[in-house]
Design a protein around this ligand. Structure first.
Ligand code: FE2
Length: 247
């Protein structure tokens, strides 16, 4: 499959079976594991589209306290993520660019920096929040077997995610993705890039993205990014991650 064709196939399914990006964002607001009742992705007006609003967290700011403190969660969501939403809207308007869904946007050959950074920031964080749940959720037996086939074991996947996150120079994300062949693999992106972007070193369907920007952990962990990554493994909702599998 050509790279461009693969990206197009993500337009309706990259975030879960049959799930469009607008359904995904809607799901983030109250139903992190499903898009039931969500609107279908149509041409969304820039000024009013649900793709351009901050999704509510599916838990309270203090719900992940054992791993991520409430102050970090509140600032991260209400300031940083809201900031990406605001800047994304402004960048689209200033560029006079129409916007219908993230996948098509990120599949473009290039994007103005404002749209790339703020659109990526909005999308990435919208994927991140529902991937976490207090206490974590174990993978299903079938998904655990699939992970073992791909990475050796669940523990080996977690170790690889931790090491991948530690390897990011500066700000960025570590990802579990499905590549064009449906194979799960790990990758990293700098800043607010993601694996849907046409220039990413590894294009793929993002199953899980973990934020390794300092704003995600510095209040509690200071410079110990590795400790943050080790602890966040205990609050991953592997059911949500599995729901994003495509094939
Ligand atoms: Fe962040």
């Amino acid at each position: 499959m050509k790279k461009r064709d693969f990206i197009k196939t993500l337009a309706t399914s990259s975030l879960g079976a049959g799930m469009t990006s607008s359904m995904f964002i809607s799901a983030c607001t109250s139903k992190p594991t499903g898009g039931e009742g969500a609107e279908k992705s149509e041409a969304v007006p820039v000024s009013t589209g649900q793709l351009l609003t901050l999704p509510d967290l599916p838990y309270g700011y203090n719900a992940l306290e054992a791993v991520i403190d409430a102050t970090t969660m509140e600032i991260h969501h209400s300031k940083h993520h809201q900031g990406y939403v605001n800047k994304f809207k402004a960048a689209l308007e200033s560029e006079g660019k129409t916007f219908t869904d993230f996948e098509s946007l990120f599949a473009e050959a290039s994007l103005p920096d404002g749209i790339r950074n703020s659109g990526g920031g909005h999308f990435n964080h919208s994927l991140f929040w529902p991937s976490l749940v207090p206490g974590g959720k174990a993978p299903s037996t079938g998904f655990a077997e699939r992970i073992s086939q791909a990475f050796g074991s669940m523990d080996e996947l977690k170790t690889a995610l931790i090491n991948g996150g530690k390897s990011v120079f500066g700000s960025g994300w570590v990802w579990l993705i499905q590549d064009g062949e449906g194979t799960m693999k790990l990758t990293t992106t700098p800043n607010q890039d993601n694996p849907l972007m046409s220039w990413a070193k590894d294009i793929g369907n993002p199953l899980l993205g973990i934020d390794v920007w300092e704003h995600a952990y510095y209040l509690k962990y200071q410079n110990q990014r590795g400790s943050y990554l080790e602890n966040i493994m205990s609050i991953i909702d592997w059911g949500v991650v599995e729901s994003r599998l495509k094939g």
